[in-house]
Design a protein around this ligand. Structure first.
Ligand code: COA
Length: 321
Protein backbone atom coordinates (compact mmCIF):
# COMPACT_ATOMS: atom_id res chain seq x y z
CA UNK A 1 0.00 0.00 0.00
CA UNK A 2 1.37 3.40 -1.04
CA UNK A 3 0.70 6.50 1.05
CA UNK A 4 1.53 10.18 0.68
CA UNK A 5 3.65 11.17 3.68
CA UNK A 6 3.89 14.84 4.65
CA UNK A 7 7.68 14.98 4.45
CA UNK A 8 8.01 18.77 4.70
CA UNK A 9 5.98 21.88 5.42
CA UNK A 10 6.64 25.52 4.60
CA UNK A 11 4.98 28.87 5.02
CA UNK A 12 5.45 32.39 3.77
CA UNK A 13 3.94 35.57 5.17
CA UNK A 14 4.49 39.01 3.61
CA UNK A 15 6.63 41.27 5.78
CA UNK A 16 3.92 43.83 6.52
CA UNK A 17 1.73 42.93 9.53
CA UNK A 18 -1.21 45.26 10.19
CA UNK A 19 -3.13 45.48 13.49
CA UNK A 20 -6.89 46.03 13.69
CA UNK A 21 -6.37 49.63 14.81
CA UNK A 22 -3.92 50.32 12.00
CA UNK A 23 -6.34 48.84 9.44
CA UNK A 24 -9.28 50.85 10.77
CA UNK A 25 -7.25 54.07 10.60
CA UNK A 26 -5.71 53.36 7.20
CA UNK A 27 -9.01 52.41 5.51
CA UNK A 28 -11.17 54.82 7.50
CA UNK A 29 -13.38 52.00 8.80
CA UNK A 30 -16.16 52.38 11.36
CA UNK A 31 -14.95 49.51 13.52
CA UNK A 32 -12.96 48.83 16.67
CA UNK A 33 -10.26 46.42 17.73
CA UNK A 34 -12.60 45.12 20.45
CA UNK A 35 -15.40 44.33 17.95
CA UNK A 36 -13.08 42.43 15.64
CA UNK A 37 -11.33 40.51 18.43
CA UNK A 38 -14.58 39.60 20.19
CA UNK A 39 -16.40 38.38 17.03
CA UNK A 40 -13.48 36.75 15.22
CA UNK A 41 -10.35 36.44 17.38
CA UNK A 42 -8.41 38.35 14.70
CA UNK A 43 -5.82 40.86 15.97
CA UNK A 44 -3.53 41.26 12.97
CA UNK A 45 -3.05 40.16 9.35
CA UNK A 46 -0.22 40.33 6.80
CA UNK A 47 -0.62 42.20 3.51
CA UNK A 48 1.47 41.53 0.44
CA UNK A 49 3.70 44.25 -1.01
CA UNK A 50 3.37 45.58 -4.55
CA UNK A 51 5.06 43.04 -6.78
CA UNK A 52 4.28 40.06 -4.57
CA UNK A 53 1.89 37.55 -6.10
CA UNK A 54 0.27 34.22 -5.27
CA UNK A 55 3.04 32.50 -7.23
CA UNK A 56 5.93 34.42 -5.65
CA UNK A 57 4.62 33.71 -2.14
CA UNK A 58 3.78 30.09 -3.01
CA UNK A 59 7.28 29.57 -4.34
CA UNK A 60 8.79 30.66 -1.01
CA UNK A 61 6.53 28.26 0.87
CA UNK A 62 7.48 25.43 -1.52
CA UNK A 63 11.20 26.10 -1.08
CA UNK A 64 10.80 25.85 2.68
CA UNK A 65 8.75 22.62 2.41
CA UNK A 66 11.31 21.00 0.09
CA UNK A 67 14.18 22.04 2.36
CA UNK A 68 12.49 20.56 5.44
CA UNK A 69 11.87 17.33 3.50
CA UNK A 70 15.49 17.18 2.34
CA UNK A 71 14.14 17.16 -1.22
CA UNK A 72 14.96 19.12 -4.37
CA UNK A 73 13.24 20.14 -7.60
CA UNK A 74 14.28 16.79 -9.08
CA UNK A 75 12.01 15.01 -6.57
CA UNK A 76 8.87 16.92 -7.64
CA UNK A 77 6.48 15.19 -10.07
CA UNK A 78 3.50 17.48 -9.54
CA UNK A 79 2.59 20.91 -8.20
CA UNK A 80 -1.05 21.41 -7.18
CA UNK A 81 -2.00 24.93 -6.14
CA UNK A 82 -5.22 25.87 -4.39
CA UNK A 83 -5.92 29.56 -4.85
CA UNK A 84 -8.79 31.97 -5.38
CA UNK A 85 -6.34 34.75 -6.28
CA UNK A 86 -4.21 33.38 -9.15
CA UNK A 87 -1.63 35.69 -10.76
CA UNK A 88 -3.64 35.35 -13.99
CA UNK A 89 -6.07 32.92 -15.63
CA UNK A 90 -3.09 31.32 -17.34
CA UNK A 91 -0.38 30.30 -17.10
CA UNK A 92 -1.61 28.78 -13.88
CA UNK A 93 -0.08 29.81 -10.58
CA UNK A 94 1.08 26.18 -10.30
CA UNK A 95 3.04 26.21 -13.57
CA UNK A 96 4.57 29.56 -12.59
CA UNK A 97 5.74 27.96 -9.34
CA UNK A 98 6.92 24.85 -11.20
CA UNK A 99 8.99 27.02 -13.54
CA UNK A 100 10.32 29.19 -10.74
CA UNK A 101 11.48 26.17 -8.77
CA UNK A 102 13.23 24.72 -11.80
CA UNK A 103 11.01 21.62 -11.99
CA UNK A 104 11.26 20.49 -15.61
CA UNK A 105 9.08 17.38 -15.67
CA UNK A 106 5.72 16.17 -14.41
CA UNK A 107 2.69 18.46 -14.34
CA UNK A 108 1.21 21.41 -12.47
CA UNK A 109 -2.28 22.86 -12.20
CA UNK A 110 -4.48 25.14 -10.09
CA UNK A 111 -7.58 24.07 -8.27
CA UNK A 112 -10.47 26.25 -7.12
CA UNK A 113 -12.32 25.45 -3.90
CA UNK A 114 -11.92 28.75 -2.01
CA UNK A 115 -11.02 28.30 1.67
CA UNK A 116 -11.38 24.49 1.36
CA UNK A 117 -8.84 24.47 -1.47
CA UNK A 118 -5.96 22.98 0.50
CA UNK A 119 -8.08 19.99 1.64
CA UNK A 120 -9.23 19.48 -1.98
CA UNK A 121 -5.64 19.71 -3.25
CA UNK A 122 -4.44 17.24 -0.60
CA UNK A 123 -7.18 14.84 -1.67
CA UNK A 124 -6.20 15.03 -5.35
CA UNK A 125 -2.51 14.61 -4.49
CA UNK A 126 -3.31 11.64 -2.23
CA UNK A 127 -5.28 9.93 -5.02
CA UNK A 128 -2.45 10.52 -7.51
CA UNK A 129 0.11 9.06 -5.16
CA UNK A 130 -2.03 6.02 -4.30
CA UNK A 131 -2.64 5.31 -8.00
CA UNK A 132 1.01 5.72 -8.95
CA UNK A 133 0.61 8.91 -11.00
CA UNK A 134 3.12 10.81 -8.90
CA UNK A 135 5.63 10.13 -6.12
CA UNK A 136 6.54 13.65 -5.03
CA UNK A 137 3.82 16.30 -4.92
CA UNK A 138 3.94 19.91 -3.74
CA UNK A 139 0.50 20.83 -2.39
CA UNK A 140 0.19 24.59 -2.04
CA UNK A 141 -2.34 27.11 -0.74
CA UNK A 142 -1.48 30.70 -1.64
CA UNK A 143 -3.72 33.75 -1.46
CA UNK A 144 -3.69 37.54 -1.84
CA UNK A 145 -7.17 38.46 -0.62
CA UNK A 146 -6.05 42.06 -0.05
CA UNK A 147 -6.51 42.47 -3.83
CA UNK A 148 -10.15 41.24 -3.84
CA UNK A 149 -11.57 43.01 -0.78
CA UNK A 150 -14.09 45.85 -0.70
CA UNK A 151 -12.40 48.28 1.72
CA UNK A 152 -15.72 50.02 2.34
CA UNK A 153 -17.35 46.79 3.62
CA UNK A 154 -16.31 46.51 7.27
CA UNK A 155 -18.11 43.13 7.53
CA UNK A 156 -15.60 41.43 5.20
CA UNK A 157 -12.44 43.50 4.81
CA UNK A 158 -11.33 43.02 8.42
CA UNK A 159 -11.45 39.24 8.12
CA UNK A 160 -8.79 38.34 5.55
CA UNK A 161 -5.02 38.37 5.13
CA UNK A 162 -2.35 37.28 2.64
CA UNK A 163 0.06 34.35 2.81
CA UNK A 164 1.11 30.98 1.45
CA UNK A 165 1.69 27.50 2.80
CA UNK A 166 2.87 24.26 1.24
CA UNK A 167 3.53 20.64 2.05
CA UNK A 168 5.70 18.18 0.16
CA UNK A 169 4.04 14.76 -0.07
CA UNK A 170 6.36 11.84 -0.67
CA UNK A 171 5.12 8.39 -1.70
CA UNK A 172 6.12 5.69 0.78
CA UNK A 173 5.28 1.99 0.73
CA UNK A 174 4.27 -0.01 3.80
CA UNK A 175 4.18 2.93 6.20
CA UNK A 176 1.77 3.81 8.99
CA UNK A 177 2.47 7.50 8.33
CA UNK A 178 0.88 9.76 5.75
CA UNK A 179 -2.58 10.75 4.64
CA UNK A 180 -5.13 8.28 5.99
CA UNK A 181 -8.22 9.69 4.32
CA UNK A 182 -9.77 12.83 2.86
CA UNK A 183 -13.45 13.76 2.72
CA UNK A 184 -14.73 16.34 0.25
CA UNK A 185 -18.14 17.98 -0.03
CA UNK A 186 -19.80 20.85 -1.84
CA UNK A 187 -23.32 22.22 -2.26
CA UNK A 188 -23.64 24.81 -5.01
CA UNK A 189 -27.10 25.87 -3.83
CA UNK A 190 -25.34 28.03 -1.24
CA UNK A 191 -22.91 29.66 -3.67
CA UNK A 192 -24.21 33.17 -3.17
CA UNK A 193 -23.67 33.41 0.61
CA UNK A 194 -19.89 33.61 0.16
CA UNK A 195 -18.69 34.69 -3.26
CA UNK A 196 -16.46 36.92 -5.37
CA UNK A 197 -18.84 39.11 -7.35
CA UNK A 198 -16.90 39.17 -10.62
CA UNK A 199 -14.38 37.34 -12.74
CA UNK A 200 -12.57 37.25 -16.07
CA UNK A 201 -15.36 35.30 -17.76
CA UNK A 202 -18.32 37.26 -16.36
CA UNK A 203 -17.68 40.90 -15.50
CA UNK A 204 -14.19 40.99 -17.01
CA UNK A 205 -12.68 42.19 -13.75
CA UNK A 206 -11.65 40.45 -10.57
CA UNK A 207 -14.59 41.37 -8.30
CA UNK A 208 -14.58 41.53 -4.52
CA UNK A 209 -15.57 39.22 -1.67
CA UNK A 210 -19.25 39.33 -0.63
CA UNK A 211 -20.44 37.38 2.38
CA UNK A 212 -23.59 36.80 4.39
CA UNK A 213 -21.55 36.29 7.57
CA UNK A 214 -24.25 34.90 9.82
CA UNK A 215 -25.40 32.34 7.22
CA UNK A 216 -21.84 31.20 6.61
CA UNK A 217 -21.27 30.87 10.34
CA UNK A 218 -24.27 28.53 10.75
CA UNK A 219 -23.23 26.32 7.84
CA UNK A 220 -19.65 26.23 9.12
CA UNK A 221 -20.50 24.84 12.54
CA UNK A 222 -22.79 22.04 11.28
CA UNK A 223 -20.92 21.06 8.11
CA UNK A 224 -17.47 21.00 9.74
CA UNK A 225 -18.86 18.90 12.60
CA UNK A 226 -20.19 16.30 10.16
CA UNK A 227 -16.92 16.30 8.17
CA UNK A 228 -14.79 15.57 11.24
CA UNK A 229 -17.21 12.82 12.33
CA UNK A 230 -16.92 11.30 8.89
CA UNK A 231 -13.10 11.38 8.99
CA UNK A 232 -12.97 9.72 12.43
CA UNK A 233 -15.58 7.07 11.52
CA UNK A 234 -13.83 6.19 8.24
CA UNK A 235 -10.70 5.31 10.20
CA UNK A 236 -12.37 3.72 13.24
CA UNK A 237 -10.93 6.45 15.46
CA UNK A 238 -12.27 8.48 18.37
CA UNK A 239 -11.47 12.06 19.35
CA UNK A 240 -8.97 10.79 21.95
CA UNK A 241 -6.80 9.40 19.15
CA UNK A 242 -6.27 12.83 17.60
CA UNK A 243 -3.20 14.71 18.81
CA UNK A 244 -3.86 17.97 16.97
CA UNK A 245 -6.74 19.71 15.27
CA UNK A 246 -5.48 22.01 12.51
CA UNK A 247 -8.61 23.84 11.37
CA UNK A 248 -9.13 26.41 8.66
CA UNK A 249 -8.51 29.76 10.36
CA UNK A 250 -11.57 31.91 9.72
CA UNK A 251 -12.97 32.68 13.13
CA UNK A 252 -11.92 31.67 16.67
CA UNK A 253 -15.55 31.01 17.62
CA UNK A 254 -15.89 28.38 14.87
CA UNK A 255 -12.53 26.90 15.86
CA UNK A 256 -13.57 26.73 19.53
CA UNK A 257 -16.87 25.08 18.57
CA UNK A 258 -14.96 22.36 16.68
CA UNK A 259 -12.59 21.92 19.63
CA UNK A 260 -15.56 21.46 21.98
CA UNK A 261 -17.15 18.96 19.63
CA UNK A 262 -13.93 16.92 19.56
CA UNK A 263 -13.39 17.35 23.35
CA UNK A 264 -10.10 19.06 22.50
CA UNK A 265 -8.97 22.11 24.45
CA UNK A 266 -7.23 24.93 22.63
CA UNK A 267 -3.93 23.40 23.85
CA UNK A 268 -4.48 20.71 21.19
CA UNK A 269 -5.67 23.07 18.46
CA UNK A 270 -3.25 24.99 16.24
CA UNK A 271 -4.48 28.60 16.14
CA UNK A 272 -3.04 31.30 13.86
CA UNK A 273 -6.18 33.32 13.14
CA UNK A 274 -5.20 35.92 15.75
CA UNK A 275 -2.03 36.83 13.80
CA UNK A 276 -2.82 35.77 10.21
CA UNK A 277 -6.61 36.37 9.95
CA UNK A 278 -8.28 34.25 7.26
CA UNK A 279 -5.74 33.39 4.55
CA UNK A 280 -8.22 31.09 2.79
CA UNK A 281 -6.51 28.09 1.13
CA UNK A 282 -3.20 29.05 2.77
CA UNK A 283 -4.44 28.91 6.34
CA UNK A 284 -4.06 25.18 7.04
CA UNK A 285 -0.61 24.71 5.45
CA UNK A 286 0.60 27.89 7.21
CA UNK A 287 -0.62 26.47 10.52
CA UNK A 288 1.01 23.10 9.76
CA UNK A 289 4.29 24.84 8.96
CA UNK A 290 4.21 26.78 12.23
CA UNK A 291 3.31 23.80 14.42
CA UNK A 292 5.78 21.34 12.87
CA UNK A 293 8.59 23.86 13.05
CA UNK A 294 8.02 24.89 16.67
CA UNK A 295 7.87 21.22 17.72
CA UNK A 296 4.20 20.99 18.64
CA UNK A 297 3.29 18.42 15.97
CA UNK A 298 5.66 15.48 16.38
CA UNK A 299 6.39 12.54 14.08
CA UNK A 300 3.84 9.77 14.54
CA UNK A 301 1.05 12.05 15.76
CA UNK A 302 -2.42 12.08 14.21
CA UNK A 303 -3.53 15.43 12.84
CA UNK A 304 -7.11 16.24 11.82
CA UNK A 305 -7.65 19.08 9.34
CA UNK A 306 -10.98 20.66 8.36
CA UNK A 307 -12.14 23.62 6.27
CA UNK A 308 -15.18 25.31 4.78
CA UNK A 309 -15.34 27.96 2.10
CA UNK A 310 -17.11 29.49 -0.86
CA UNK A 311 -19.04 27.13 -3.08
CA UNK A 312 -20.05 26.11 -0.51
CA UNK A 313 -17.21 23.63 -0.23
CA UNK A 314 -16.10 21.82 2.89
CA UNK A 315 -14.07 18.81 3.90
CA UNK A 316 -11.66 17.11 6.27
CA UNK A 317 -8.38 15.21 6.08
CA UNK A 318 -6.61 12.96 8.54
CA UNK A 319 -2.84 12.43 8.46
CA UNK A 320 -0.24 10.72 10.61
CA UNK A 321 2.93 12.82 10.70
N1 COA B 1 -17.02 46.48 13.04
C1 COA B 1 -18.10 46.88 13.70
N2 COA B 1 -19.34 46.47 13.41
C2 COA B 1 -19.47 45.59 12.39
C3 COA B 1 -18.37 45.12 11.65
C4 COA B 1 -17.11 45.59 12.01
N3 COA B 1 -15.98 45.21 11.38
N4 COA B 1 -18.83 44.26 10.72
C5 COA B 1 -20.15 44.19 10.86
N5 COA B 1 -20.56 45.00 11.86
C6 COA B 1 -21.90 45.25 12.34
C7 COA B 1 -22.95 45.02 11.30
O1 COA B 1 -23.07 46.15 10.47
C8 COA B 1 -24.18 44.80 12.14
O2 COA B 1 -24.66 46.04 12.57
P1 COA B 1 -26.25 46.32 12.62
O3 COA B 1 -26.77 45.33 13.62
O4 COA B 1 -26.29 47.74 13.07
O5 COA B 1 -26.73 46.08 11.25
C9 COA B 1 -23.64 44.08 13.37
O6 COA B 1 -22.22 44.32 13.37
C10 COA B 1 -23.89 42.60 13.33
O7 COA B 1 -23.51 42.13 12.05
P2 COA B 1 -23.46 40.59 11.74
O8 COA B 1 -22.89 40.39 10.37
O9 COA B 1 -24.79 39.98 12.02
O10 COA B 1 -22.41 40.18 12.86
P3 COA B 1 -21.98 38.76 13.34
O11 COA B 1 -22.13 38.66 14.79
O12 COA B 1 -22.58 37.68 12.50
O13 COA B 1 -20.41 38.79 13.04
C11 COA B 1 -18.93 37.93 11.38
C12 COA B 1 -19.96 38.97 11.72
C13 COA B 1 -18.51 38.12 9.92
C14 COA B 1 -17.71 38.11 12.27
C15 COA B 1 -19.52 36.52 11.59
O14 COA B 1 -20.79 36.44 10.98
C16 COA B 1 -18.66 35.45 11.07
O15 COA B 1 -17.56 35.22 11.53
N6 COA B 1 -19.15 34.69 10.08
C17 COA B 1 -18.41 33.62 9.49
C18 COA B 1 -17.42 34.23 8.56
C19 COA B 1 -16.46 33.26 8.06
O16 COA B 1 -15.93 32.50 8.79
N7 COA B 1 -16.23 33.35 6.76
C20 COA B 1 -15.23 32.66 6.09
C21 COA B 1 -15.57 31.23 5.94
S1 COA B 1 -14.35 30.58 4.94
Amino acid sequence: MIRGVIAGTGGYLPARSVSNDELAAEKNLDTTNDWIVERTGIRRRHFAAIGETASSMGMEACRAALAQAGASAADVDAVIVATATPDSAFPSTATRIQGGLGVTRGFAFDLSAACTGFIYALSVADAMIRTGHARGVLVVGTEIYSRILDWSDRGTCVLFGDGAGAVFLRAEEGTARGLLSTHLHSDGRFGDILQVDGGAGSTGCAGVVRMAGREVFKHAVTKLASAVDEALAANGLGHDDIAWLVPHQANIRIIEAMGRKLHMGLDRVVVTVDRHANTSAASIPLALAEATRDGRIKPGELVLMEAIGGGLTWGAALARF
